[in-house]
Design a protein around this ligand. Structure first.
Ligand code: FEO
Length: 241
């Protein structure tokens, strides 16, 4: 597997060396004013000089070609790093919601949200590992403050739905960039997330519909809380590999 080899200012140097050839050749021209003639002196130092520059230029060009094979383009890399941050934010948002449920006597909902927190961490890790595998540089960023107070069970699931719709739009933007940059590997990688978002949104919609039917209270909420307690964590990112 190719790895990105960092060569400082590699993009500028080959051009500089090629442009320096005419100058080096010009330095070897001997102007004989009396005979009104030009003579080119190709001596040993000249040949050594040219050989050195030609070899160095080819080395740098080859290094760049090798880099092009593996590097994620800058726009794609930046977007992937942003997505790592978005997934990490998602995980902490759901952990915060889990804490709220624990404090409001709903351990089943707290469990459901805790598993959601774990799932989002696996999503962030999947992006993290992908960037590393492609030889890109992961840049972790500060995670924004997530809300800690909510207006009830329905409010939490409405916020979850809005958040998942936002994540879906971010994934779609990543796919757009991958298409624009002709990054076929990224397109293939992102397909898993496109499918995952369909499932995530459907799950939240189903819970929200049930919550609205029972008006988010009464016996119904306790029955639903029991059901939510059954959820167990499965690392679907591993199952897919
Ligand atoms: Fe990783 Fe729920 O989006």
């Amino acid at each position: 597997m190719y790895r990105y080899i960092k060569v400082p200012a590699a993009k500028r140097w080959p051009g500089f060396f090629f442009l320096s050839f005419p100058f080096i050749l010009f330095m070897q021209i001997d102007i004989d004013i009396n005979n009104n003639s030009l003579k080119m002196i190709i001596n040993k130092p000249t040949i050594l000089h040219l050989s050195f520059f030609i070899s160095l230029s080819f080395f740098l060009l080859l290094t760049q070609i090798k880099n092009l094979k593996v590097m994620i383009k800058e726009k794609m890399l930046n977007a992937l790093n942003e997505q790592i941050n978005a997934e990490q934010y998602s995980s902490l948002l759901y952990l915060s919601m889990s804490a709220w449920f624990s404090n409001h006597g709903l351990p089943g909902f707290a469990n459901w949200m805790y598993i959601q927190f774990q799932e989002e961490m696996t999503h962030a890790n999947k992006f993290f590992n992908y960037v590393n595998e492609r030889g890109g540089k992961v840049q972790l960023k500060a995670i924004a403050q997530m809300p800690t107070d909510f207006d009830g069970v329905i409010d939490i699931f409405e916020k979850t739905q809005v958040h998942e719709q936002l994540v879906t739009s971010l994934i779609n933007k990543l796919v757009d960039i991958a298409i624009e940059e002709r990054d076929h590997a990224a397109q293939s990688f992102l397909k898993w997330f496109v499918d995952e978002q369909v499932e995530e949104e459907a799950n939240v919609q189903e819970i929200l519909d049930t919550l609205k039917l029972i008006n988010g209270q009464g016996n119904g909420i306790f029955m639903l809380d029991r059901e939510m307690r059954q959820r167990v964590f499965v690392d679907s990112t591993q199952a897919a590999e």
